[in-house]
Design a protein around this ligand. Structure first.
Ligand SMILES: Cc1ncc(COP(=O)(O)O)c(C=O)c1O
Length: 394
């Protein structure tokens, strides 16, 4: 074993000059353990991934079962394999009837890349509309439709013909026209600091897309898979997207994403040109086994019915005069403070106290909490007691 921080800094590409840097030897449920046995409570679920906890026994069992059958056998879309078949059928059964065909990919950003290409191909149009403050991923196309200009500037030129509107602003919907290939938005904006749209707004976006022939893409990579209290967040807003993108918690800890649409739409990627979107590892059978077991765990353990109650418990316990605002849907929280410095102190002090909460990409005055949905009442009470002390000392 080697937990050398120097090797980590020298030989693993870094994304910030100040990586969080805890050493992790193993993980179980809502806890991570360092090699010295220090326990950390993971209140961010590996950033929206471990919704059923780390190493859920049923997920591990399904992975092992698939390992004993086969790993990768062929690039995406050529061979018939049972596990991806079962997963695609399960998704079709769980989703509205127009979301019946799944394209499996390897990550969230890749799901959005596929969705944008599909919208351009299906409509024959080029304009992409997205929302300010959104985050859709780090590859060129997904970055082009992400809102954070500071992060994008150094990588221009990006995709042309991208237009930004304000999230949850009805007046800006006039900008969706018959030139628009698609409108892409997060059902709940995550990295903007948990921004929840009104039902009226979502229905108006849906109508405007239908009226103009633009495709409506909902990115549920962060807010999907039970995080908001329904399996898919859009269920709470009475809308159905034309394309749904998922990732993160979908794989239960293994890397897999997907874009999902009607078969009639998805067929555009099959012809003119053939192989319009391809991937080697998308739909990897081990990742599919893990995703299938994760969906079963969410259903078998009745997790969706517990999300709001647990969220309300957090909210009732985490009351402090230094908290300026709380935004919550299900078990997805942003806590706002008066300064970025205080948020930094809170995240750092919490880490020292064995609690992992974290920053947002585009909202420096807040920290996030989005724990595994399996967290118990006792664990919520214990965590909140520590966080309140940390906020006292911040
Ligand atoms: C809403 C949303 N979309 C897309 C992504 C990109 O996903 P990935 O990091 O798997 O590429 C993220 C990641 O944070 C996200 O939160």
């Amino acid at each position: 074993m080697n937990f050398s921080k120097q090797i980590f800094l020298d030989h693993i590409a870094q994304t910030t000059p100040f990586p969080y840097s805890i050493t992790v030897d193993r993980a179980e449920g809502i806890y991570l353990y360092s090699p010295e046995g220090k326990r950390y409570t993971d209140l961010i679920a590996g950033i929206g991934v471990s919704n059923v906890g780390h190493r859920h026994p049923k997920v591990i069992e399904a992975i092992k079962e698939q390992l004993d059958k086969h790993l990768h056998v062929m690039v995406y879309g050529e061979f018939i394999q049972s596990t991806p078949n079962l997963l695609a059928k399960k998704l079709a059964d769980l989703l509205p009837s127009t979301l019946n065909c799944t394209y499996f990919v390897n990550s969230g950003t890749e799901a959005n890349e596929g969705a944008l290409k599909l919208a351009k191909r299906f409509t024959g149009r080029t304009e992409l509309i997205s929302c300010r403050k959104s985050y859709h991923g780090s590859t060129h196309g997904a970055m082009s439709v992400s809102g954070n200009e500071i992060k994008k500037r150094a990588f221009r030129p990006l995709l042309p013909d991208v237009r930004f509107i304000d999230f949850n602003n009805l007046e800006h919907l006039d900008q969706i026209t018959q030139r628009t290939a698609c409108v892409i938005m997060e059902t709940v904006q995550g990295d903007a600091g948990v921004r929840i749209p009104s039902k009226e707004y979502m229905k108006a976006v849906r109508k405007k897309c239908t009226d103009t022939g633009a495709l409506f893409i909902l990115d549920e990579i962060q807010c999907g898979m039970g995080r908001t209290g329904s399996l898919f967040a859009f269920e709470q807003f009475d809308v159905t997207p034309d394309i749904l993108t998922i990732g993160k918690a979908f794989g239960g800890g293994l890397p897999i994403g997907a874009f999902i649409a009607d078969k009639r739409v998805m067929e555009c990627l099959t012809i003119n040109p053939m192989l319009g979107h391809i991937t080697t590892f998308g739909g990897n059978p081990v990742c599919c086994a893990s995703a299938l077991a994760t969906l079963d765990v969410i259903a078998d353990e009745n997790l969706l019915n517990q999300v709001d109650e647990k969220g309300r418990l957090f909210e009732s316990l985490l009351v402090h005069s230094k908290i300026k605002e709380v935004r919550r849907i299900g078990l997805m929280f942003a806590f706002d403070f008066d300064s970025e410095e205080r948020v930094n102190r809170i995240v750092t002090l919490a880490r020292e106290a064995g609690i992992i909460c974290y920053w947002f990409l585009s909202n420096p005055h807040s920290f996030r909490i989005a724990p595994p949905l399996t967290i118990t009442e006792e664990q919520i009470r214990e965590s909140c007691a520590v966080i309140l002390k940390v906020i006292d000392n911040s």
